[in-house]
Design a protein around this ligand. Structure first.
Ligand SMILES: NC(=O)c1ccc[n+]([C@@H]2O[C@H](COP(=O)([O-])OP(=O)(O)OC[C@H]3O[C@@H](n4cnc5c(N)ncnc54)[C@H](OP(=O)(O)O)[C@@H]3O)[C@@H](O)[C@H]2O)c1
Length: 267
């Protein structure tokens, strides 16, 4: 199967108005896959849709929705309508509060959890079912190195990303044998408008070695069938990723799945 046959004809991309999500939409259009572009701001989504249509002839649908609203997954699904979704990309998910846990309101943390966790779960539940029936498709959950450990100033962000990591591993165990690729792609520092704004706000210089959003999109799509976990800029067993290397995590996921199947879930 070609890329477009396996992961098309439509992708749904959260956080597509700029940065990594925008790069995914452009790269997917070059590969013949149309996108449903989701973010809050309608103007940059419409501009991107026009840019893609003029450059490639590929159509896009734009959906303005706040993913921290519990109704947003349904709003997006209703805009998707009967379109066949072969790829779901959960991308919007940076830390919205940048504070110690007790120094932000519980309500603010709950909004982040709604966007980073609940909306993602609802969307995977919606789009992965038909992929499983068709026997092909892809689930791509953008992640952060924060998924590997909790740390001060990002207890909730890291926890939401750890959820994404474990969720992806479990989904990969369940869906990969049925033809659906599942990957959580772990980013390091990346040159996005949101991260630039944060660095500016806290008075830190821009890194000289951060990844470009285009490079992230290209590498993530190239590794889509090498789940459940891959790290941006690292090879499979590269030194430095150490015990969290994709191979080690995959082995652990397989082992725990087999134990659960043997002890509880399968005859
Ligand atoms: N940049 C980095 O250095 C870095 C490092 C590690 C991991 N990551 C991960 O990479 C992903 C993208 O990060 P990012 O830096 O580009 O920032 P981001 O804020 O996660 O993503 C920006 C995109 O998401 C949209 N968005 C944000 N909040 C939204 C909401 N409530 N509802 C709908 N859309 C929303 C923004 O558009 P609107 O403003 O128009 O809504 C924009 O299109 C995240 O999952 C992040 O954890 C980034």
């Amino acid at each position: 199967m070609t890329f477009a046959q396996k992961y098309g004809p439509w992708a749904v991309i959260s956080g597509a108005s700029e940065g990594v999500g925008r790069s995914f939409a452009l790269e997917l259009a070059r590969r013949g896959v149309a996108s449903v572009l989701v973010a809050r701001r309608e103007a940059p989504l419409r501009a991107l849709a026009t840019e893609i249509r003029e450059a490639t002839g590929i159509e896009c649908v734009t959906v303005s929705a706040d993913l921290s609203d519990p109704e947003s997954a349904a709003t997006v699904a209703s805009a998707v309508g009967e379109r066949e979704v072969g790829l779901y990309i959960s991308n919007a998910g940076a830390d919205t509060n940048h504070s110690r846990f007790l120094d932000a309101d519980l309500a603010a943390w709950n909004l982040m959890l709604q966007r980073n966790v609940s909306n993602m779960v609802a969307s995977v539940h919606k789009y992965a079912g038909p992929m499983r029936e068709r026997g092909h498709g892809g689930i791509l959950l953008i992640n952060s190195g924060a998924c590997y450990a909790g740390a001060a100033y990002m207890a909730m962000y890291a926890a939401s990303k750890a959820f994404t990591l474990t969720f992806a591993e479990g989904l990969w165990c369940e869906l990969a044998p049925q033809g659906v690729d599942v990957l959580t792609f772990v980013l390091g520092q990346t040159d996005t408008p949101a991260y630039r704004a944060l660095l500016t706000e806290v008075g830190k210089p821009f890194p000289t070695d951060w990844a470009s959003p285009d490079a992230v999109a290209a590498e993530a799509l190239a590794k889509l069938d090498k789940g459940p976990v891959q790290n941006m800029g690292f090879d499979e067993n590269e030194e430095g990723v150490g015990p969290t290397s994709p191979a080690a995590r995959r082995q652990r996921s397989d082992f725990i799945s087999q134990m659960a199947a043997a002890s509880t879930f399968e005859a």
